[in-house]
Structure formats: C-alpha cells, structure tokens
Design a protein around this ligand. Structure first.
Ligand SMILES: Cc1cc2nc3c(=O)[nH]c(=O)nc-3n(C[C@H](O)[C@H](O)[C@H](O)COP(=O)(O)OP(=O)(O)OC[C@H]3O[C@@H](n4cnc5c(N)ncnc54)[C@H](O)[C@@H]3O)c2cc1C
Length: 221
C-alpha cells in the first residue's frame, strides 16, 4: 500500500491533504528495498524503500484522489488498541518469568522472592498491566460500537506500553545478572518493550494528541 503526494503541498489547505492511497504491484525493477538492521522485532523486517519512475495505474487508487491520509486515519485507532493488547501480553509474560525466578532463586538460604523489595515492584507491574488492559478493552468496545475512540485508544497504547516497559525492566532486574543472559528470554522481551513506546506512535505524540484534542490546549505547531 502506497501513500503518495499527488497534489503539491502549496496547493493544499492542510499538509495532510493532497495525499493519495494506492494498492499496487511491488515492482522490484522500480522499487529498491534496503533492510534496516534493528534492536528487536525480528519477526517482521523493516525497510527503506526507494521509488524510481514507478507507474501506478489509476485503477490501483483506493478511494478519491487527495484523501488518502483520511483513509489511513481510520486504521490507526484499531492499530493502537491492537498494540496496547500486545503490550499487555508482553508485560504479563515478563511478570510471569520474574515471579517464577523470584520463587526459585535462592540467595543466602532463602528465595529472593521473600523480600518485599522484590515483591512490591512486581505487584505494581501487575496493577499497572491490569489498568492498561481495562482501558484497552474500553477503547476496543468503543471502536466496535462505532463510537469515537481516538483519545481512549491512544491513552490505552500509552499506558500499556509504559506498563510493558516497566514490567520488562523489572523482569530483567529480578533476574539479576541472568536477566542479561539470552537463555532467560527477558532481555529479548525488554528489547521488544522498547519499541512499543516509540512506534507506531511515540509517547510524546500521544500526549500531544490528548492535550490538544481532549483538553483543548493550544496546538504546539
Ligand atoms: C521497528 C519499527 C517499526 C515501525 N513500523 C511502522 C509502521 O509499520 N508504520 C508506521 O507508520 N510507522 C512505523 N514506525 C515508525 C514509527 O511510527 C516512528 O518511528 C515514530 O512514530 C516516531 O517518529 P520518528 O521516528 O519520525 O521520530 P521523530 O518525529 O524524528 O521524533 C524523534 C523524537 O522526538 C519526539 N518529538 C517529535 N516531535 C515532537 C513534538 N512536537 N512534541 C514532543 N516530542 C516530539 C518524538 O516523540 C520522538 O521521541 C516504526 C518504527 C520502528 C522503530
């Protein structure tokens, strides 16, 4: 799927106008693909793409000319909800691993999980993940009912990504030095949790959206 500018920006009222959506063949004689090496998320590759004289027939256009960005927006809220659910899943897996390790690892004759300084952050992770899950379900319910859900979907993604990141960090720390070893998997979950705070929308952009749209604060641009 391609989103391309078809009307020069100077002729548009808003920068997001004048973009058109296409669903077309991936012609590798006209498109160069360069893979981006990255920290995690290796199940899906990410790429830079370069287009050189790619001709796209008009019948490959989706909807009306110049309205592509508006169509893309329709997919963003459910994607936020999906990402939030993914974060809750990553966070819960980290918590499960941390609890198991805390119960099994014995130092000075007792499991480290007997210490409240080990227990409390994990209990906090549990609470934050549950709160994020409830907001995720609320946003999903609004979306499924055809109600506006932009703020809720964004807030769910924001809270769930933070909760997942904290749970992953805590899982690594609960494992001590072993948290850094690949065999315990928490370092891998930690790397996955890092990207959830950045993409597909960063924490800052969620907060900008809520500040401007929900709170009615002046636009920052
Ligand atoms: C693994 C991976 C997969 C991705 N997959 C997709 C995908 O499938 N689809 C897709 O559309 N995108 C995808 N992205 C892109 C992702 O959405 C962007 O990287 C992200 O939105 C941040 O944009 P940027 O990288 O251009 O950062 P920049 O815009 O350069 O921002 C850099 C930093 O400055 C902050 N910042 C920028 N402007 C402001 C402001 N006005 N106020 C406060 N802070 C600000 C940002 O929050 C960020 O922390 C992916 C990224 C990664 C890493």
């Amino acid at each position: 799927v391609l989103l391309a500018r078809t009307v020069p920006i100077e002729e548009c009222k808003k920068p997001t106008d004048g973009l058109t959506l296409f669903y077309t063949d991936f012609d590798r004689s006209r498109i160069e693909v360069r893979e981006i090496l990255k920290m995690g998320r290796h199940a899906v590759n990410s790429n830079q793409t370069f287009y050189d004289n790619l001709e796209v027939p008009v019948e490959h256009r989706i909807g009306e000319d110049g309205k592509g960005f508006r169509y893309i927006l329709d997919s963003l809220n459910p994607e936020r909800v999906l990402n939030a659910a993914e974060c809750v899943g990553i966070g819960r897996r980290c918590l499960e691993r941390a609890v198991k390790y805390a119960g099994e690892r014995v130092v000075f004759g007792r499991p480290i999980g007997k210490n409240q300084s080990i227990q409390h952050p994990l209990a906090e992770n549990w609470s934050e993940l549950l709160a994020a899950e409830l907001l995720t379900l609320h946003a999903a319910e609004l979306y499924d009912s055809g109600e506006p859900c932009g703020a809720q979907a964004n807030a769910a993604k924001y809270l769930a990504a933070d909760a997942a990141f904290k749970a992953a960090d805590q899982a690594v720390r609960t494992h001590g030095g072993m948290g850094y070893a690949a065999e315990f998997h928490v370092e891998r979950y930690f790397r996955e949790a890092v990207v959830m705070r950045l993409a597909p929308v960063s924490r800052e952009m969620v907060l900008n959206f809520i500040a401007e749209r929900e709170l009615g604060l002046p636009k920052s641009y």
